[in-house]
Design a protein around this ligand. Sequence first.
Ligand SMILES: NC(=O)c1ccc[n+]([C@@H]2O[C@H](COP(=O)([O-])OP(=O)(O)OC[C@H]3O[C@@H](n4cnc5c(N)ncnc54)[C@H](O)[C@@H]3O)[C@@H](O)[C@H]2O)c1
Length: 330
Amino acid sequence: MKYGLLGIGQAGLRHFEAFKKIRNLKLIGFTEYDLKKANKFKKLNNIEHFNNINELIKLKPDFIVIALPHFLRIEPILKCCKNKINLLIEKPLVLNSNELSSIKKYISKKNITHTISFVHRYRKEVITAYKLIQNSKIGKIKFISETMISQKNKSLPKWIDVKKYSGGGVLLYNAIHSLDKISYLAKSKIHEVYAKKININNKIDVEDIISISMKFKNGITAQLIATFVPYETTPKWETKIFGTSGQIDINIRKGLELRSKNKITTYDYSKYYNKNGLNYNFYTQAKSYVDALKKKTQPFIKIQDGINSVLVVDAIYKSININKVIKLKY
Ligand SMILES: NC(=O)c1ccc[n+]([C@@H]2O[C@H](COP(=O)([O-])OP(=O)(O)OC[C@H]3O[C@@H](n4cnc5c(N)ncnc54)[C@H](O)[C@@H]3O)[C@@H](O)[C@H]2O)c1
């Protein structure tokens, strides 16, 4: 199999390292706007650099990975869909529902297999939590609390602070992963949202703190708080799932704890992460996607999940703007 890569920034390189571990798969070319970066990567890995996606498409790759800034999705998505090329698209699928309407007809066609990089769903601690919930270890879920504390360090790209390029702040760069993850654990779509945003850094036109209350179609309530502060902080990413007979606390990149029947069971994944690295989920995602393409089966994360998340993001911003609860229409 052969694939192409659009953008070799932070995420693009993680995908490259992940797909490199898969046998009989070759990167046949990449696009990258920053020529200095492109030349270095080309020399180091002996991979062809293209000025645009058209030349890459001519080589008929089995799939293309889109790891570009958020505002650059429409053209590659449409070109790949029209040329029947499968896509692994970094989140968010597109900036908003206006953009969504221009691709929806093409992206949902049945004969091509697209996925969206909600890569945290591939984390061992998330998959274990899902299994424990399915095995009725905590009963029926009633409430989920999600806290995501991160720091906007200087090595992050500048475009993420500009709304017309990023579509939004902490919600689109970070918290969208949380929305996907808790929908997966809740096994339900988000039904309504009420949100508030705050700016610590007033010099940027996107939010760096967001607080979202939500209700799922199956009745579960959840609260999400995400921060992306412009100073040093202690990063934390915690999910607490409260069921009728127990609780699961997920600590991302560390492990989880199950409280059930007056017993605490700890799943410590520090050895797993020490051995495989903190971004091992990019590899499990890559493997899962390639397997789906080979076997012609549905990918673990479907493009519909990407579509739904754009609708949820739009509803969240609408709620912030008009200070009202917004019900989702899928
Ligand atoms: N899943 C994750 O954990 C994760 C982590 C980081 C970023 N991301 C996502 O990955 C995507 C990229 O983010 P990033 O942080 O890697 O950004 P980045 O700025 O580091 O990478 C984007 C790259 O695209 C290049 N580029 C810009 N315009 C281009 C064009 N027209 N053609 C070709 N290359 C072009 C830039 O020069 C840059 O190298 C975003 O969607 C982001 O949300 C996901």
